[in-house]
Design a protein around this ligand. Structure first.
Ligand code: ZN
Ligand code: FE
Length: 249
């Protein structure tokens, strides 16, 4: 399976997935850069996958659907808000790509209908999980988002994380403010700064890497709890406080 990372808009990523003759586009915020990548590679997508309804993830849906006759697959629970949706999926239905089962995880919080596609050891998390961060709570509360992130944390550590935005460096500055003593985080930030200086994506990350460095997956960290004065609180409450602090960082 080949995965191409396509920078879109300011800091979005769309992805191309190719397995044999099968090709899918994930979260095309706009059609032009996706078309350019497809032309360069000589690939033709038969599917468009959407992790959630926000315009910076579905903006290219209709143009690409028209151009390639692609089938649009997205959260069934958000069918009304996904332009051109053909196939609504959920945890129960899952999906299938190139003859392989695809896991669909329902991860509400950033939006009510948000899903993550897990395709052959690759998780397309949209704006639910970022590298060193997580999405804002537009349509869910902290316990809901914490449950969604916990669900993602049950994926194997080797799972590659392909998320919706290049936010890693600014996320990392916040992460270091809470957990300056986390040496894995320090090492990751060096790597991230070097990659960004070269203009390279900081993705994919892995679930194992995120568990060691992403503060939103670390409400059990003693250093974070002490920094927040929440040594005895529940994980969901600590998570909620981390999210609030990030909103005001
Ligand atoms: Zn979003
Ligand atoms: Fe987004």
């Amino acid at each position: 399976m080949k995965i191409e990372i396509i920078p879109c808009l300011e800091d979005n990523y769309a992805y191309l997935i190719k397995a044999g003759e099968h090709c899918a586009v994930v979260d095309p915020s706009e059609a032009a850069p996706v078309n350019a990548a497809l032309d360069r590679l000589g690939w033709e997508p038969s599917f468009i996958l959407n992790t959630h309804h926000h315009i910076d993830h579905v903006g290219g849906n209709l143009e690409l659907k028209k151009e390639y006759g692609a089938t649009i697959v997205g959260p069934g629970k958000d069918a009304a808000r996904i332009p051109g949706l053909d196939v609504g999926v959920d945890e129960e239905s899952g999906w299938e790509f190139a003859g392989e089962k695809v896991r669909v995880l329902e991860v509400p919080g950033h939006t009510r209908g948000a899903i993550t596609f897990v395709i052959g050891g690759n998780a397309f998390t949209g704006d639910t999980l970022f590298s060193l961060g997580c999405g804002r709570l537009f349509e869910g509360d902290a316990p809901t988002m914490w449950a969604s992130l916990s669900k993602l944390m049950s994926l194997p550590n080797a799972t590659r994380i392909y998320c919706g935005h290049e936010y890693t460096e600014s996320n990392g500055r916040f992460a270091l403010s809470l957990e300056p003593g986390n040496s894995a985080l320090g090492a990751r930030m060096t790597e991230v700064k070097n990659a960004r200086m070269e203009g390279w994506p900081t993705l994919p990350s892995t679930m194992g890497q995120e568990k060691k460095t992403n503060p939103f997956l670390r409400p059990d960290s003693w250093e974070i709890r002490k920094a927040l004065g929440m040594t005895n609180a529940d994980d969901a409450d600590v998570f909620g406080e981390i999210r609030r602090r990030k909103d005001n960082f």
